[in-house]
Ligand binder design. Structure first.
Ligand code: FES
Length: 128
């Protein structure tokens, strides 16, 4: 019986100490690419590697995130947390604070303008 209790205690400890795993979707859609999303991918990959998070963070280049006017766009899961108007500085901060520290970075959150609803630009497609 004590062995079972110890096993459950160990499982509980492991669960608490298990690092969070994130999935990061960086938009390579037709409106984010001209705004620099492709050049952000190596910045993101390097920042994740420097932070020692390669085994905890999956990075995927994805199609349109439906926030074209606010690109470059990126989603972080679990959440999702929507990030927009990304720059290399933003990527570095998001990796350091959110992915490594577990603290989403409010200043890069998606904030739709009241007069400009989120969505795809007219005539754009999901091809990339
Ligand atoms: S192309 Fe990136 S959000 Fe639409």
């Amino acid at each position: 019986m004590q062995l079972v209790v110890k096993l459950f205690d160990k499982l509980a400890d492991d669960a608490v100490e298990a690092p969070a795993t994130y999935r990061v979707h960086l938009c390579f859609g037709p409106n984010c690419r001209p705004r620099g999303s492709r050049s952000l991918l190596p910045v993101l990959e390097a920042a994740v590697a420097r932070a020692g998070l390669c085994d905890r963070v999956d990075i995927t280049a994805v199609s349109c995130r439906a926030r074209c006017d606010y690109g470059p766009s990126m989603n972080v899961y679990p959440g999702p947390v929507f990030y927009n108007h990304l720059t290399p500085e933003a990527i570095e901060e998001i990796v350091r604070e959110h992915l490594a520290g577990g603290r989403p970075v409010v200043r890069w959150f998606f904030r739709p303008e009241p007069s400009k609803p989120a969505g795809r630009k007219r005539g754009s497609s999901a091809r990339w």
